[in-house]
Structure formats: C-alpha cells, structure tokens
Design a binder for this molecule. Structure first.
Ligand code: NDP
Ligand code: OXD
Length: 308
C-alpha cells in the first residue's frame, strides 16, 4: 500500500525537505506518495507538519498521525480539530545544536568574555573554575538533559528542574515548587529549556527572578513566553540580573521596536539555537511512518493533556 504523505510547509521548506524525506522513506522501506499540495485532504495518511500551516485538521479524515518537524508543539497541542495522534521531533541534530548553543553562551558568561572583547587595560579579572560556577537548567527533557550533561562534563556545578522527579548522574535533579525555589536560588546562570504550556507561561517573572542571585544570567532558547518581558527588563535595569541571552520571543521575528534589541544587557539571537536539520529529521519522520504502517507504537507522542 502507498502511504500518502502531505508536507505542510511552504515552498522554501519543501525545497529543503523533499529529497531527504524521499530518501529516508525509501530507506525505511515505505512506498510513499509525498506531496506539498493537498487537493484531497481525505486521502492523506500522514501530515509532516510545520507550525503556522494547517490549522483545521477536520478534513484529514483518514490521517493516521501528524508528525511535527519541530520539538515545540505549543501551536497545535490545544487545537480541538486535531484528533489524530501528534508526534513531536526528537532528533540528534537538534540536541547537538542546542548543546553547542547552550555551552557556548554559558562559557561566554562564565568566562566574562565580553569584558575582554573591548578591554584596553591590564586588569586581571580571573573567572572561577567551572566547578565553582552554579548553572541551573529548567527542563530536563531531551534537550535539557543533553545540555545539562554537557555542562556537567565541562565541570560546571549543574542542577536541573523538571515536572516529574528524575535521577541523572552528575546533575542535582529537582522538581516541584520547592525544587524550583532551590533551582533558582543557586542559578548564577539559568538556562530555560521548558516547553510553552499553561503551567510554564511566564515562569520567569518578578517573583521568581527575585529568587535568583544578584548578577545572575538568563539564557532562553526554550520559548519566549516562559519569560515576563517587563519583569526581565526591570531586573536587568536594576542590575539584579547581569545579562539575558534570548533566542526565543513572544513575537517572532522580534519586532524592530522591542526594547530587547537595544538593551545593553540583552543579546538577541534569531531563534537559531537548534535548527531542525532535514537529513536527520527526515529519518525520524520516516521511522514513525514505518512504525505506524507496521502497527507499532509511534515514537515521541505528545501528551496533549500535559501540553508537550
Ligand atoms: P521535552 O518535552 O523533552 O522536555 C521538556 C522538559 O520540561 C521535561 O523535563 C519536562 O518535565 C519539563 N517540564 C514541562 N512542563 C513542566 C512544568 N510545568 N514544570 C516543570 N518542568 C516541566 O522537550 P525538549 O527538551 O525536546 O525541548 C524543550 C523546548 O525547547 C521545546 O519545547 C521548545 O520549546 C524548545 N526548543 C527550542 C529550539 C530553538 O531553536 N530555540 C529548538 C528546539 C526546541 P518532565 O521530564 O517531568 O516531563
Ligand atoms: C523547535 C524549535 O521547537 O525550533 O523545534 O523551536
């Protein structure tokens, strides 16, 4: 049987994904009709989904699954028309990219690199050793765990916080409200790798920022909505926070008049922390199609109740 697969992204994404998807599907032994046009939604077996495309899933009456090319699925978890199983992306390249981004930006702040980029004086500002620097990662999922482990591998004193209790070698694992307070109180550098859900919305706000140590740094490749922007700006202005490196925003692209662009203590990166790479992501999609066709459970199913 031929599986009809509809790639929902626009022409630019289609140009990048068409061949890798066809190759991955062929390697997985799937006979597939892959299309970027959808004359008959009722004939579609699988949707390979990008955010900002399909919003009404009702006409996809035959679809066996919606397979997201993004890890974050907050744009569709609440969509009542989506009755099909939803799988998110878990991919080695995403984890590698995120690890590069997080370790790079943590090291920048840990070593105080900015100071030396423009220094013209011989002032020895010696950074502590990594083992004496406390880093907290909020979110210990696929990406948070990989980043926390990489930071611990560099010698940092790492704690992580998750919804459910966890045990990970080399990481002080915390959960629950008390765990959050402890995680924040120690966070000289705080990395946000939580999904956007009703529970995590504005988790970094005036109250939680106040629990962080003076001069702490925030790095947010998770989602913009995790942060109350006004509270962050106030804490930066007051010097309570030393810097914020932000990759994700409530509105993207970040509007030209947003104060983050001009703030001396904010670094903006344009949602590039971990880009989905077609070659590896296509293999994940193909494996899930193979599983569905073989009647095996899908990988990386989203818990719609939890929102991620
Ligand atoms: P996962 O779903 O694997 O992990 C999410 C983590 O957050 C889990 O540890 C989960 O806890 C924890 N969590 C969720 N809700 C809560 C809560 N209410 N309280 C405490 N902890 C909570 O996601 P990933 O690691 O794959 O990705 C994380 C996020 O990174 C994505 O959702 C996306 O928003 C963002 N992202 C950003 C990219 C970029 O380029 N900037 C690229 C890719 C992803 P538990 O372990 O108990 O379930
Ligand atoms: C993702 C992202 O969720 O790129 O995959 O942010």
């Amino acid at each position: 049987m031929t599986a009809n697969i509809y790639f929902t992204g626009g022409p630019e994404a289609w140009a990048r994904y068409k061949l890798p998807l066809l190759e991955a599907l062929a390697s997985a032994g799937i006979e597939a009709e892959l299309t970027n046009e959808c004359p008959d939604p009722a004939a579609v077996d699988y949707l390979v989904f990008l955010p900002g495309t399909v919003s009404d899933f009702t006409p996809f009456t035959r679809a066996k699954a919606v397979l997201s090319l993004w890890a974050g699925v907050e744009t569709i978890t609440g969509n009542a028309t989506l009755t099909q199983p939803l799988a998110r992306l878990v991919d080695e390249s995403l984890a590698e990219g995120m690890t590069d981004y997080v370790t790079g930006h943590v090291l920048r702040h840990h070593l105080g690199i900015d100071r030396f980029l423009t220094a013209t004086d011989w002032v020895k500002v010696v950074p502590p050793l990594a083992r004496d620097r406390k880093v907290t990662v909020l979110g210990l999922g696929q990406l948070g765990t990989t980043c926390a482990a990489a930071l611990a591998g560099l010698g940092f004193d790492v704690a992580g916080w998750s919804r459910r209790p966890k045990q990970i070698d080399g990481i002080a694992c915390l959960s629950g409200e008390d765990g959050l307070a402890e995680a924040l109180a120690r966070a000289e550098i705080l990395v946000l790798l939580l999904p956007r859900t009703p529970e995590t919305e504005s988790i970094l706000n005036a109250e939680t920022i106040a629990q962080m140590p003076e001069g702490a740094v925030v790095i947010n490749p998770g989602r913009g909505a995790l942060i109350d922007d006004e509270a962050l700006l106030s804490a930066l202005d007051a010097g309570h926070l030393g810097h914020a490196t932000l990759d994700t925003f409530r509105v993207e692209p970040l509007p030209a008049d947003h104060p983050f662009w001009r703030h001396p203590r904010v670094t903006v990166t344009p949602h590039i922390a971990a880009e989905t790479r077609p070659a590896t992501a296509s293999k994940v999609i193909a494996e899930n199609v193979r599983r569905a066709e073989a009647g095996e459970p899908l990988l990386y199913l989203v818990d719609r109740g939890a929102g991620y």
